[in-house]
Structures are given as structure tokens and as C-alpha cells.
Design a protein around this ligand. Structure first.
Ligand code: SF4
Ligand code: SF4
Length: 93
């Protein structure tokens, strides 16, 4: 654990190796389930996800990286109401 004295301004973590090793998905109690058939690739979920856990390949959403998704539900909240391509369910361990 690093001391607050070692934090950078804004608590930005610039060490990519440490970011990758800190799998925040272990905190999750709710899990987003993405529906490929409903998704219109508006990217709202990607723009708002605080953990960059929405995976985009070739300009399309292709899934969710559960290693880093902490289950905050922002993606489901931001997904257009009429579309609802992401729903939150209870995490099963
Ligand atoms: S639940 Fe939160 S952390 Fe997980 S993909 Fe959605 S916005 Fe990102
Ligand atoms: S917000 Fe919903 S519709 Fe838009 S890209 Fe994400 S999952 Fe697809």
C-alpha cells in the first residue's frame, strides 16, 4: 500500500502494470449483462464506465471485461431506456 504522500495530483495512477494487476472485478456484487442483439453501438456505456471495462473492437461493443468491472451499474443506467442492452443481475460466485 502506498502512502498519500506518494500519490500524484488527482490520484492518477500512471503505472499501467499496477493497474492491470489490480483486478477491481473482485469487488462486484452486481454484474452487467450485455445483449449483443439489442446493442446499437452508441458507446454511451463505454464513455461512462469508470473502469474502462466495456470492450470495443473494430468500432463495435463486443463485451465487458469482468476482471475490471466493479458492478457500479453506470453502463446500464446510461444505456438508452428504449434499448436496455445492459441489465444488472446479482453476481453469482
Ligand atoms: S458496471 Fe460499472 S464498471 Fe462495470 S462495465 Fe458497467 S460501468 Fe463499467
Ligand atoms: S449504451 Fe447500450 S446500446 Fe449503447 S453501446 Fe452500450 S450497450 Fe450498446
Amino acid at each position: 500500500m502506498i502512502s498519500w504522500k506518494n500519490l500524484t495530483q488527482g490520484a492518477l495512477i500512471r503505472d499501467l502494470k499496477r493497474i492491470r494487476e489490480n483486478k477491481t472485478g473482485s469487488w462486484r456484487s452486481l454484474k452487467p449483462i450485455w445483449n449483443k442483439e439489442k446493442c446499437i453501438n452508441c458507446y454511451r456505456c463505454w464513455m461512462h464506465c469508470p473502469d474502462a471495462a466495456i470492450i470495443i473492437k473494430n468500432d463495435k461493443v463486443v463485451g465487458i471485461n469482468y476482471d475490471y468491472c466493479k458492478g457500479c451499474g453506470i453502463c446500464a443506467h446510461e444505456c438508452p431506456r428504449k434499448i436496455q442492452a445492459i441489465i444488472m443481475v446479482r453476481e453469482e460466485k
